[in-house]
Ligand binder design. Structure first.
Ligand code: MV4
Length: 504
């Protein structure tokens, strides 16, 4: 049992974890780089220790130093957050070897899911549907890959086994172009991961990216907390997530089928703690295991908002050997949550990172609004880490209410000193396709532009209101057959009226 936790991370996620520790009555230890002396996580923690210079390699990636600090400070557990040392089997193992609890999965689970070909083979053996492609765990030569490609069929994807984030991924349309694409995929994978191994998968076109949050304890309980829709991303960087997914909507049967496949995938590697199963879902609602993230995710708050489960507290309890505090039967998705990732980047200039001091900021608050941030006025945004400065999360009874609330919160949000992608999110909230839930993973890159959104402004409100109302109507019509909620305001006319009043 531990009651002092070292948080091996920075920014909003370090603050988020410190808050959970506080509420559980635990002592907290922060670590920081020279660029983060003034950071919020340093101020919030009970103790803080300098790791080294700003670059991650010399600070937040120094697992050896972090373990030393834990031992010196008397922390008995380490929470890795996301990024940096999260999902590093060797770090998880080193914590255990040093007698420290690792608030996350076992090294063997991290390793099994970290190799995407091993992950595919492992879950497939447990009866989980994977995208058709190469089978087995071993590495395959170019000749072997070229030989099996026609039986998988084109178009297909070459993917790095050490992959993730689209690195070392190539779309192949015929056998002739394949050798050159294999070479460049291997070269990129080698450069990014030090591992040039690749495998093949049939390309699923027009797919949506839907992921399931799972929790597993050391007593054999494994549950899922429903899904998150993560299709809105640009160059493999997610920009907005929501829960539930508008594509699953009130199809409770699909949700439970996907949820139980997610649970089975986690069980296939003896998973313990919080994790996420990613699925690709095609137009016909067929779904395939894509990969598993063996960590707490950036977008976990949308799940917290609709299920009421504090995922970080559950992680800590699980690491202390306790049982999950709820059961599958007691998990219900209530209402709708949307998260906008607020990045220090210029949406009018190819989203290039923006650095500098935040001189002023005004945070949105009020009903149904949550802001997770690691910065404040006076803080300097440096170029050393990712550009996420905060996560704006809203909850509403319906998707329409959540969208209206997000528009209101984005209007309230003022950040001066660096450029942010707030204008992008505002345009997105006005997009008819977003309102109608009509988008896939290519939407932002192929069908959305800041300029076009600017031009479409004049006709926006009326058309937008009609589309959103039709979608809401369709959904409540379907919902009406399943569930009658007493006090819930499901009148589309009331909703439309509210919308119109807001447009004045
Ligand atoms: C795919 C796919 C279509 N078919 N696999 C991109 C990152 C990587 N981890 C998996 N990715 C994809 N794999 C098959 N067989 C489309 C993507 C993909 C994607 C997936 C999730 C979220 C955004 C994406 C954007 C482009 C491509």
């Amino acid at each position: 049992m531990f009651n002092k936790v070292l948080i091996a991370n920075r920014g909003e996620i370090a603050v988020r974890i410190i808050r959970a520790c506080r509420e559980l009555g635990m002592q907290t230890v922060a670590v920081f780089s020279e660029a983060d002396r003034q950071a919020l996580h340093v101020r919030y923690a009970d103790e803080a220790y300098l790791l080294g210079p700003a670059p991650s390699r010399e600070s937040y990636l120094r697992g050896d130093k972090i373990i030393d600090i834990a031992l010196k400070s008397g922390a008995k557990a380490i929470h890795p957050g996301y990024g940096f040392l999260a999902e590093r089997a060797d770090f998880s193992q080193a914590c255990q070897d040093a007698g420290l609890a690792y608030i996350g999965p076992k090294p063997s689970s991290i390793a099994a899911m970290g190799d995407k070909a091993v992950a595919r083979a492992t879950v497939a053996k447990a009866g989980v549907a994977v995208v058709p492609g190469t089978e087995g765990e071993g590495s395959l030569s170019d000749d072997e890959l070229l030989a099996v490609a026609p039986s998988i069929g084109f178009p297909l994807l070459v993917k790095a086994t050490a992959g993730g984030g689209g690195k070392g991924m190539r779309e192949v349309h015929n056998l002739e172009e394949m050798p050159a694409l294999l070479r460049s995929a291997r070269r990129e994978a080698e450069a990014s991961f030090g591992d040039g191994n690749v495998y093949l998968e049939k390309l699923v076109e027009g797919a949506r990216h839907i992921e399931f949050q799972i929790l597993a304890d050391t007593h054999g309980n494994v549950i899922h907390l429903g899904e998150r829709e993560c299709s809105l991303q640009r160059r493999h960087q997610k920009l907005l997530e929501e829960s539930p997914s508008p594509f699953i909507g009130d199809d409770e049967d699909m949700r439970q089928r996907m949820g139980s496949v997610a649970v089975r995938s986690a069980q296939a590697v003896g998973y313990v703690n919080a994790g996420t199963i990613e699925f690709l879902v095609d137009k016909d609602k067929n779904f395939y295991f894509l990969e598993m993230n063996t960590r707490l995710q950036v977008e976990h708050p949308v799940t917290e908002m609709v299920t009421g489960v504090d995922i970080v507290k559950e992680q800590i309890r699980i690491a202390r050997g306790r049982q999950i505090r709820t059961t599958q039967e007691n998990i219900h998705m209530n209402g709708w949550a949307i998260e906008c990732r607020i990045n220090a980047e210029d949406p009018y200039n190819s989203f290039i990172p923006s650095t500098g001091q935040i001189s002023h900021s005004l945070l949105p608050t009020g009903p149904g609004v949550r802001v997770d941030t690691g910065v404040y006025p006076g803080f300097e945004i440096s170029p050393y880490y990712d550009s996420l400065i905060s996560k704006l999360i809203v909850w509403g009874e319906t998707r329409a209410e959540a969208i209206l609330r997000m528009r209101r919160a984005l209007e309230e949000y003022k950040i001066v000193g660096v450029r942010t992608n707030i204008p992008f999110h505002q345009k997105l909230m006005d997009s008819h396709r977003f309102m109608g839930g009509q988008f896939d993973t290519r939407f932002v890159e192929e069908r959305f532009s800041m300029e076009a959104a600017e031009e479409g402004k004049s006709t926006r409100p009326e058309i937008a209101a009609i589309i959103a109302t039709l979608v809401a109507h369709q959904q409540t019509q379907r919902a009406a057959h399943i569930i009658q909620r007493g006090e819930r305001d499901t009148s589309n006319w009331k909703w439309l009226g509210r919308w119109e009043r807001l447009q004045r």
